[in-house]
Design a protein around this ligand. Structure first.
Ligand code: BG6
Length: 277
């Protein structure tokens, strides 16, 4: 599987053809913003643990709860790279996936997905899904962003106050009161179109996740026991990451008629709280 490395005065980054998955992004002068597990497995038909997996055409086990593989097939296959451009140190990489590369009897449609990743001062990810079939179809989609943090137990996420979420661990619907904090395993699907800010006191910085075309935000940290249970995840790595995922999942799934296109966009940016040295 091939990957493209970005190394310019503006940013360092890396994107794999496997799943068109961003594996690294670090704007100049900042510490890594995107997290990749030191136990990640790079192999055919295996999901890479970390980076920004693209979940499509279903999320988790899907709306029926019976879909497999988890998070759909798009993150498990090779996406042809169709363009790479550079302007003023920002590198943009385009990958396209259609039914010619990836078919699944659980999603028997013609489609075209275009992933555009721009590595610059900001990380901009755009995902287009086009219905190239003769019949309508519905799909779930997510950019499953793993963010690097100084210590998950001290970060907080603002921007989801008042949003309703499905707590997947308790199978309960709850309204978010105040910022999201992490003091145990968290696995929540928020109904929200809002941008969020991850405050990270240990790294003295804030990471902003601005989005459009998305009505779901998924927040996940496996904490202690689940980290130990995952083979491709270090026992202590739960401290180093939180996932803030941008998507349209569950009852926010998208329906496209023939010829229609849906666009979802995420812009990740970082601001340091340290005085310049
Ligand atoms: C999150 C889900 O998006 O991804 C969690 O909400 C899941 O339920 C996590 O555990 C990781 O999924 P996977 O398939 O990459 O292990």
């Amino acid at each position: 599987m091939g990957s493209l490395i970005v190394d310019t005065p503006v940013a360092i980054g890396r994107i794999s053809d496997h799943g068109a998955q961003v594996l690294q992004w670090q704007p100049s002068g900042a510490e890594p913003v995107i997290w990749l597990s030191s136990h990640a497995v790079f192999a055919r038909d295996v999901a890479i643990r970390g980076g920004v997996p693209i979940c499509f055409p279903w999320f988790g086990a899907g709306r029926s709860g019976a879909m497999s593989p988890a998070h759909g097939f798009a993150r498990l296959v090779t996406w042809p790279c169709t363009a790479t451009t550079e302007q003023d140190g920002t590198v943009t990489v385009v990958h396209v996936l259609t039914q010619e590369q990836a078919v699944d009897p659980q999603f028997p449609y013609c489609y075209r997905m275009t992933s555009t990743a721009s590595f610059g001062d900001e990380l901009t990810l755009t995902l287009l899904v086009e219905n190239t079939d003769a019949t309508p179809f519905s799909f779930e989609v997510a950019l499953h962003t793993y963010l690097a943090v100084g210590d998950a137990s001290s970060v907080s996420i603002v921007g989801l106050e008042g949003a309703e979420y499905h707590d997947k661990l308790l199978d309960r619907h709850v309204v978010q009161a105040g910022p999201v904090i992490f003091d145990g395993e968290v696995d929540r699907v928020y109904s929200s179109t809002s941008d969020v800010i991850l405050r990270d006191p240990a790294l003295a910085r804030s990471v902003t996740i601005a989005k459009s075309g998305s009505a779901s935000t998924i927040v996940w940290n496996p904490w202690v026991d689940k980290s130990r249970a995952m083979a491709d995840f270090g026992d202590e790595e739960w401290r180093d990451m939180v996932c803030v995922e941008t998507g349209n999942v569950g009852d926010r799934a998208i329906t496209l008629h023939p010829g229609e296109v849906h666009e979802m966009k995420v812009i990740v940016s970082v601001s340091s709280h340290r005085p310049p040295s």
